[in-house]
Design a protein around this ligand. Sequence first.
Ligand SMILES: *Cc1c(COP(=O)(O)O)cnc(C)c1O
Length: 434
Amino acid sequence: MKFYSTNSPNRLVSPQEALFHSLPADGGLYMPESIPALPASFLNSLSGRSLPEIASVLTSLWLGDELSSSEVDTLVSRAFPFDTPLVELEAGRLYALELFHGPSLAFKDVGARFMAGLMSHYADRFSREVHILVATSGDTGGAVAMGFHNVPGVRVSILYPKGRVSLLQEKQLTTLGGNVQAYEVDGSFDDCQAMVKRAFLDAELSQTFSLSSANSINIFRLIPQSFYYFRALAQLDKGHAPVAFSVPSGNFGNLSAGVLAWRMGMPVQAFVASTNLNKVVPDYLQSGSYAPITSLATLSNAMDVGNPSNFVRLKHLFHDDFKALSELVKGYYFTDDQTVSEMTSLHDHYNYIACPHTAVGLLGLQSYQQNYVDNCGIALVTAHPAKFNPAVDTIFGHAIDVPERLAVLSARQKHAVAIPASFEDFKEALLQVA
Ligand SMILES: *Cc1c(COP(=O)(O)O)cnc(C)c1O
């Protein structure tokens, strides 16, 4: 399996190159040169299969040239010690696919943990430690920190903007210790990202460390996200109606992963692109023209993206055919007021507590089902609601349950190196640990 850059389709690179250098130098994105087709036997025997079982088959299809089957099994059993359960809201018609049962309580665990496992597989062959730099505005940092914690041969430095991540998100970044170091930057997320970008261009740092990124754009975060779409189907009763998946979207990695599953042969009626007021993709699906915006702040802040980084991938997955794309992908967008009333209505009707992102996904699915009948709807649940406290408690007017693994964090001591939003200070701090 080789990968091409969307900007130079004829230049192919190895999986290892695409893994360690997330971004091709030409500014494109890596995409697989061919998409493996599922054997019919896989779909016929999907019912009841576990996430690691599904992940093993699919990982072997993608990486069978690189990993032996026992290496594949080790990778997936370490990466996915949790399930992605399907919760029934209305039998045969409305389901929630919970993707928050991993350590950081957001779906980003799936991609980050798979990528971490794959990096450690290759890192064994390197003489130098791999040093991963990542800037985060919240959920990505926690998934990456926990995914790489204690992974041999890998060190992680995380930059986050001071005072701009939730309390529990900050604890996820700053309480692990070991090979994970957090830098609390007196600046914005954009400052953090700019500092990381400069670090990759700095000759002295590149000589000292084997630098790599855990950017969400990495193709090896996207591929494993296709696994749980199959896990969803494995949990449905036989004879279900055609499936429509609704994906609460920001950078559109999650939705692209679903489309990738469809390209491999997964049967679906539609994908629903559900967004907040950052509605560039729903607008594109209506008009056919793509007009990025400066992002707007909303309640579902992990989806506040004005120029989704995976949009190019989505187009490539449809060979740039707008008609085909807009037939399979339907867009809907919602305001914060609609999101809040959906959260209360889901609680009242189904006794289900959803985070704001998930509420947007369920709103999209219900709107779709008003226009298209005879389908079985599955909305992706992207994070546990307690991650967004106190905002979520305020909406429900009482404290919601906090999972143990999140609750224990509040008592842990924060360890972060405070630095100004200056690349020179960051570089100096990095060199101190060399
Ligand atoms: C990252 C994130 C999203 C957006 O996912 P994309 O793949 O960027 O579209 C949605 N919800 C939550 C909770 C997230 O953390």
